[in-house]
Design a binder for this molecule. Structure first.
Ligand SMILES: Nc1ncnc2c1ncn2[C@@H]1O[C@H](COP(=O)(O)OP(=O)(O)OP(=O)(O)O)[C@@H](O)[C@H]1O
Ligand SMILES: [Mg+2]
Length: 319
């Protein structure tokens, strides 16, 4: 039986701003098993990146999380900053959203990898150099010679993303959080990053939380898909179910809006201030809405292996 690596319960993150409190997401429950690839999808601004940063406790000073983030039986929210510092990179790695801003522009890619290796694996300079070259060859820039001494500005977007991927696993983490790893890449570079992430998860048995807008990439890599809408997880189930026969009207709308499915957009926009909404947050845009959906708390319902937050969801409902 699969062992749970990360178990998030009732997690809410808010930002304290001059205008008041802004909720990024609310009451999130998620589990990731060892070696599992969980895709987190949902429209822009729904809270995906803040969720990733909340797990790593890398929020800006005005961000506050409450709830539980149990990683290997310890609640990350209760750990001291020093212990948390040791967990980042060594236990939970991050492949950040913006590769250009995440590499140090004044250090060669080889030096950056070497530093990561020395920090996490406590090895001497010469050994770290050899390990960095191996890592770069295996995961970073296979097929590209002499890139070790080059600087980030000399690399393409896809190459930078692969260097970052190599960098994010220098500490051999058990869980990698990859935030939009294929964003802005052309088809060829995207396929290379997908192949690299697949290689990483298979070879190292590392679990992956893949935050993405690209449903093809999600279908390709993930075992499980969680769908976020307006700060809430509305559907969570096996990839073959969620992306093939979705149960939540939002997931159905997301799939119908893809070009290959006829480019049918979901009407209207996501509401701006989710904290003010009672009942279902998708209610104003939902074609199955009933009066009761707008005024009562919607609980998760289990249908086969999928959890769905919708009063009217049922197996076999027509899309
Ligand atoms: N530092 C901050 N202060 C206030 N609000 C913030 C801050 N960072 C994020 N938010 C808000 O939190 C919400 C969630 O943002 P987040 O970046 O997680 O969205 P996302 O789902 O990752 O979007 P995208 O797909 O565009 O990357 C947004 O409404 C955003 O405006
Ligand atoms: Mg984001």
């Amino acid at each position: 039986m699969a062992t749970t690596l990360l178990s998030i319960r009732g997690l809410t993150t808010v930002f304290h701003c001059r205008q008041g409190q802004i909720e990024a997401f609310n009451n999130v429950d998620l589990d990731i098993d060892q070696g599992q690839v969980l895709g987190l999808i949902g429209e822009t601004g729904c809270g995906k990146s803040v969720l990733g940063m909340s797990i790593l406790r890398l929020l800006p000073p005005n961000g506050v999380s409450r709830g539980q983030i149990i990683y290997k039986y310890r609640d990350l929210l209760g750990l001291s900053p020093q212990v948390m510092q040791r967990i980042r990179g060594a236990e939970i790695g991050l492949l950040p959203q913006n590769p250009s801003a995440s590499l140090n522009p004044v250090l060669s890619v080889g030096q950056q990898l070497m530093e990561g290796l020395r920090l996490h694996r406590m090895i001497k300079k010469e050994k770290a150099r050899v390990a960095a070259q191996t890592l770069l060859g295996c995961y970073g820039l296979r097929g590209f010679n002499n890139r070790y001494d080059e600087y980030p500005h000399q690399l393409s977007g896809g190459m930078k993303q692969r260097v970052l991927a190599a960098l994010s696993i220098t500490g051999k983490p058990s869980l990698l959080i990859a935030d939009e790893p294929t964003k802005g890449l052309d088809g060829v570079a995207r396929n290379q990053v997908v192949a690299l992430l697949r290689q990483l998860t298979r070879e190292t048995k590392m679990a992956l939380l893949l935050i993405t807008h690209d449903l093809k990439v999600a279908a390709n890599l993930c075992d499980q898909i969680a769908v976020m809408y307006c700060g809430e997880i509305v559907e969570n189930g096996p990839v073959g179910k969620v992306l093939v026969s979705p149960l939540h009207p939002y997931t159905q709308g997301l799939l119908a809006s893809l070009p290959e499915n006829g480019l049918h957009p979901i009407p209207d926009y996501s509401p701006g201030v989710p904290g003010d909404i009672q009942g279902c947050r998708f209610y104003p845009r939902c074609r199955y809405r009933q009066d009761k959906c707008s005024c009562q708390t919607i609980k998760n319902k289990r249908i086969n292996e999928t959890y769905v937050r919708c009063l009217s969801a049922s197996e076999g409902r027509e899309n």
